[in-house]
Design a protein around this ligand. Structure first.
Ligand code: SF4
Length: 375
């Protein structure tokens, strides 16, 4: 594989950039709202209310171990690592003024349960588990409640036309990501999964203004790149991959594969659809972030409806089903989900792991054998 990874800064460079950006936002009077991952809350609404939406996306082995002192090792590694970063007052997370939490899943609930240890005030938000008309209305009420709460804290009434501008900006970013993603889906691809992974995480912690120009430059230079000739093309599904987790790099650099698509909230699900601009903006946000989300926490699992389409579009030759150990959201309906894939005769490799990576050698052997089989 010979693609250059020119979009990528190292994890530390990205974090240092984010710290500078967030300090600037604070100087301008913005408050920083830490939001748990999973694409269930509209950044646009938070931004329009005078808050910088900082996605809690940092993970790491050392912080997972700090989290072990607070949570049982049979809780998801994401929640333990996030607690670790918050407890150690990491330079980025120490800028957070408020934390949005709620019973999204056990992991996110656990992060909120320890808020007094980090001395950060919380703003509760409830996301229902099923997509009925009643739960849709409940979610819209939650958005309206959140809007009022943010306005009260920031003394900044959300202006409809400003919210529209922000939504337009986010739609522009999503459309750039979609455009770039096409160069990963085509066979041969011109970009790697690792490159998109870093670009998305830059957006998650550096915000829209930083990333928009970067995406435009990246898109404009793709045609000058060499093609990536490989049949070891895999599609990723399952628990999200956060910043500090090297899973994309592991598959691509160490095992020789190419991640040509994913349905995760930490990837394609973030940018695959836009928010409509006409009529009621709160309802439009609710449609995108609740009705249209394909997060594995929802019941029934919405991924089953979409995965074959995404898999085909990405010209992949097999699926890696990635589960963070003890992540109930992506293991609860595992059998049904797996059977739906196997029934279509698509090769699938199931992997359960955490950030400690004690079994890296074994993992490499399994992934390499799978890649060999599908190529
Ligand atoms: S979806 Fe899974 S990995 Fe993410 S916080 Fe919830 S339980 Fe943890």
């Amino acid at each position: 594989m010979n693609a250059t990874i020119e979009a990528n800064l190292s994890m530390n460079e990205i974090i240092n950039e984010a710290i500078k950006i967030i300090e600037d936002f604070k100087d301008k009077g913005y408050l920083i709202l830490g939001i748990p991952q999973h694409n269930l809350i509209p950044d646009e609404l938070i931004y329009a209310a005078g808050f910088f939406p900082l996605h809690l996306t940092l993970v790491g082995k050392d912080q997972q171990e700090i989290g072990d002192e607070f949570l049982s090792p049979t809780t998801c590694p994401y929640s333990r690592a996030t607690i670790g970063f918050l407890i150690e007052k990491h330079d980025l997370y120490s800028k957070i003024d408020f934390l949005l939490t709620g019973p999204f899943c056990n992991g996110v609930q656990n992060i909120g349960n320890y808020s007094e240890y980090y001395e950060i005030k919380t703003i509760p938000f409830i996301v229902p588990y099923s997509k009925t008309q009643q739960s849709f209305e409940f979610y819209i009420n939650e958005l309206n409640r959140l809007k009022l709460k943010l306005e009260e804290i920031s003394s900044n009434k959300i202006n409809e036309s400003y919210l529209k501008d922000i939504i337009n900006k986010y739609n522009k970013i999503r459309s750039l990501f979609r455009e770039i993603n096409k160069y990963r889906q085509i066979n041969p691809s011109k970009i790697t999964g690792t490159e998109l992974y870093y670009l998305i995480h830059q957006f998650f912690i550096c915000g829209p203004d930083f990333v928009i120009e970067k995406l435009q430059d990246f898109r404009n230079n793709i045609n000058y790149r060499e093609e990536i000739l490989t049949n070891k093309r895999v599609f990723l599904t399952g628990s999200g991959i956060c910043l500090g987790d090297n899973f994309y790099e592991f598959i691509e650099k160490e095992c020789g594969g190419l991640v040509v698509g994913e349905d995760m909230w930490s990837g394609y699900d973030f940018y695959r659809t836009d928010v409509e601009i006409s009529d009621n903006l709160i309802i439009n946000l609710a449609k995108k972030y609740f009705l249209d989300c394909i997060n594995g926490r929802m019941v029934p699992d919405p991924r089953i409806k979409y995965i074959f389409k995404f898999y085909k579009e990405s010209n992949a030759n097999g699926i890696i089903y990635h589960i963070l150990k003890y992540c109930d959201s992506y293991s609860g309906l595992k059998n049904e989900f797996k059977m739906s894939i196997l029934n279509k005769n698509i090769p699938i490799l199931e992997i359960e792991r955490d950030y400690a990576e004690l079994n890296k050698g074994q993992l490499k052997t399994r992934i390499e054998a799978f890649l060999e089989m599908i190529s």
